[in-house]
Design a protein around this ligand. Structure first.
Ligand code: OSB
Ligand code: MG
Length: 399
């Protein structure tokens, strides 16, 4: 099939059948963050995750192959309703049994929701197919004009004081990050943003509210309009699009939607009703790479500015994010920072470094996901998860 911009999105991004899916292993992990990222809904120093290890059988002329994916659900239903416990349940009791022995993921369509669990297994499958075919994950996307370097920025959590914020901003600018995102919440917003803008009149800066405000806060957003922010991310409810359409026309600053956008249709509706002007694409939030490619295609064709959001991924999830960030419709800096901003050491042997001269990270060029798992670190991270599971109720997390 020849794919053009007229081909319906639903027909464009399906992979041809693969060799059978032979085995899928779940690795629940807990990883100590170099620094916790405090948002309006909290922030943990120990990040949970699930690595999905998916094995494809060998086939005519093809060696068996393994692909890895990452689930970005948290300990609690904070950012999203999913948790590590719900993801373990849905993956082990429904998603994995539905795909074992199959040559595609079509049977996942029988299940609704659980995008983070879905992304974990779906991206492992994409990575395994890329591995088996001897191409990079980005190549497998089949999109022309991909970039070799992804433009990136850094996300700064809520700090104990304005001075502490200014110190972190200074450190990040010195490291070479060309776009600074500042988390805001009720009681921690305009004063802090003004102080940063005053100290750095020309930097590219933005605010992320993680749904902490309502339309009653309109006066506050109007004050932010004077600060030349690149965008304000998700000011209103996590499941709202309509009220954002009431806010955006009253502001000059573009609104970027994160939590509210669950799929390409949400993005289209949000843009069409004027609920925002920019989309943050997190593959875990939209349920996988296939939906991510649809969302990218919509934004690219409609000229809607797009960037890749982050969920403090390990090297596994980060590699998939970078493959997405190489797409030509990703036009704004993504929340993908260098490895040393998150984990030391990471779970992968490879580390990602910031190219200081242009605030980019080089997109992986290795076959498949382009990274290799550090087995020792994975073991430690699994043991660390089991420690937490002993002392806290997490739901059905046994593997
Ligand atoms: O809203 O973008 C968010 C992390 C956890 C939950 C929500 C968000 C974030 C980030 C992380 O901002 C950015 C990153 O991974 O560098
Ligand atoms: Mg956000």
């Amino acid at each position: 099939m020849t794919i053009t911009s007229k081909t319906p999105l639903s027909k464009r991004f399906t992979l041809p059948d693969s060799a059978p899916i032979e085995r899928v292993v779940l690795h629940p992990i807990a990883m100590p963050l170099v620094e916790a990222l405090v948002t309006s809904f909290g922030g943990d120093a120990l990040r949970p995750g699930i690595l999905v290890e998916l094995h494809l059988a060998g086939a005519e002329g093809l060696e068996p192959a393994v692909g890895w994916g990452e689930c970005v659900a948290g300990w609690t239903p904070g950012y999203s309703y999913e948790t590590i416990g719900t993801a373990m349940h849905v993956l082990s009791d429904f998603f994995i049994p539905a795909v074992l022995g199959k040559t595609n993921l079509n049977d996942l369509h029988h299940f609704r929701g659980h995008p983070m669990a879905r992304m974990a297994i779906e991206s492992a499958y994409w990575a395994a197919v890329a591995q088996q075919q001897g191409v990079t994950l980005g190549d497998l996307f089949g999109q022309a004009n991909r970039k070799q370097r992804a433009l990136v920025g850094v996300s700064i959590g809520i700090q104990p004081s304005i001075d502490a914020t200014l110190a972190v901003v200074e450190k990040r600018l010195r490291e070479g990050y060309g776009r600074i995102k500042l988390k805001i919440k009720q009681g921690w917003n305009i004063e802090m943003l003004r102080a940063v803008r005053q100290a750095y009149p020309r930097i590219s800066m933005m605010a992320d509210a993680n749904s902490a405000f309502s339309l009653d806060d309109i006066a506050l957003f109007k004050q932010m309009d004077d600060l030349n922010l690149l965008m304000i991310e998700q000011p209103l409810d996590h499941d709202d699009i309509y009220q954002h359409s009431k806010l955006q026309p009253q502001l000059h600053t573009p609104i970027c939607l994160d939590e509210s956008i669950r799929n390409v249709d949400d993005a289209r509706m949000a843009i069409e009703i004027g609920a925002g002007k920019i989309i943050n694409l997190k593959p875990g939030r939209v349920g996988g790479l296939t939906e991510s490619l649809k969302l990218h295609a919509y934004c690219y064709e409609a000229g809607v500015p797009l960037w890749i959001g982050g969920m403090l991924e390990t090297g596994v999830g980060r590699s998939a994010q970078l493959a997405l960030a190489s797409l030509p419709g990703v036009t704004l800096p993504s929340d993908i920072s260098a490895t040393d901003r998150y984990y030391n050491p990471d779970l992968t042997h490879e580390v990602y470094v910031l190219n200081r001269e242009d605030s980019t990270i080089t997109v992986p060029t290795g076959v498949g996901l382009g990274v290799n798992i550090n087995a020792q670190r994975l073991k430690e991270a699994e043991a660390s998860f089991q420690e937490v599971a002993k002392s806290q109720f997490l739901g059905p997390v046994e593997v």
